[in-house]
Write a protein that binds this ligand. Sequence first.
Ligand SMILES: Nc1ncnc2c1ncn2[C@@H]1O[C@H](COP(=O)(O)OP(=O)(O)OP(=O)(O)O)[C@@H](O)[C@H]1O
Length: 264
Amino acid sequence: MIKVTDLHKRFKLADPKAGAASGSKDPRQRGRFFYSVEGASLSCRPGQVLGLIGPNGAGKTTTLRMISGVLKPDQGSISINDEDLHSNGERVRKKIGFLSASTSLYERFSVEENLRYFAGLYGLSNCDSNDQIDLLCQQLQMDSYRHRRVMDLSSGMKQRANIARAVVHQPQVIILDEPTTGLDIMSTEIVMEFIRQQQQQQVPVIFSTHHLEEVSLLCDQLCVIDKGHSAFNGSLEEYAGDRDAVSLRRRFMAEHQQLLAEAV
Ligand SMILES: Nc1ncnc2c1ncn2[C@@H]1O[C@H](COP(=O)(O)OP(=O)(O)OP(=O)(O)O)[C@@H](O)[C@H]1O
């Protein structure tokens, strides 16, 4: 179970005048700080998949980085299976599998060598590593290229290997920041099927995306982040009356008309 309550995070701006001079209207820029997240809350239980959506710059990545323990919140609390992330630091962080845009692999190593290396860092025995790597190669359909060097792979193949790296230590919860960005239809389907398998294993999964079709096909729960706070938490049906992508898009667009107006 992932429980996140009222997260806040601000960043000190290198040049506070730059935003004002460019006519930036974001009310989150105040004085010398940018208040990136101001009140994000959500929860995700075993067997649930939660989709995190919101406009560009809303604060999704910042929120996910805090939940995964990469970034310390200024305020708020995060618990993983009833253990507070910040009072129990390293031990709780090991329960989390986190994929971000900066998750990377050693380019000169093969996929399997990378996974073995990261499994070792987490203290998995050789036997557990072998089993886990075999399982991940099968689930993410990487058997045909597990012995190839990462530098020779396509971006879709690399992304599947990045996901495997993020979960090689058998985490109790999984957090994926835009796992399907840039992937083709087949790779997207493989990643979506992987998420479904985690759900069946009762592993809570949170993932951010800009693709409402993925939310409609995969998620039970939805969190909409808007200008740094969670504007909606609940089921897809509560959000849009139905769980199909067209209904989700209609509600989302209705609530973000202003952004469209500003962009014109
Ligand atoms: N280190 C930082 N210093 C200053 N501002 C930051 C920093 N990190 C993030 N921000 C700002 O916080 C806001 C939220 O960023 P974040 O990356 O969390 O958004 P996002 O919802 O993931 O966006 P996208 O959908 O474009 O990936 C943005 O306006 C961003 O410029």
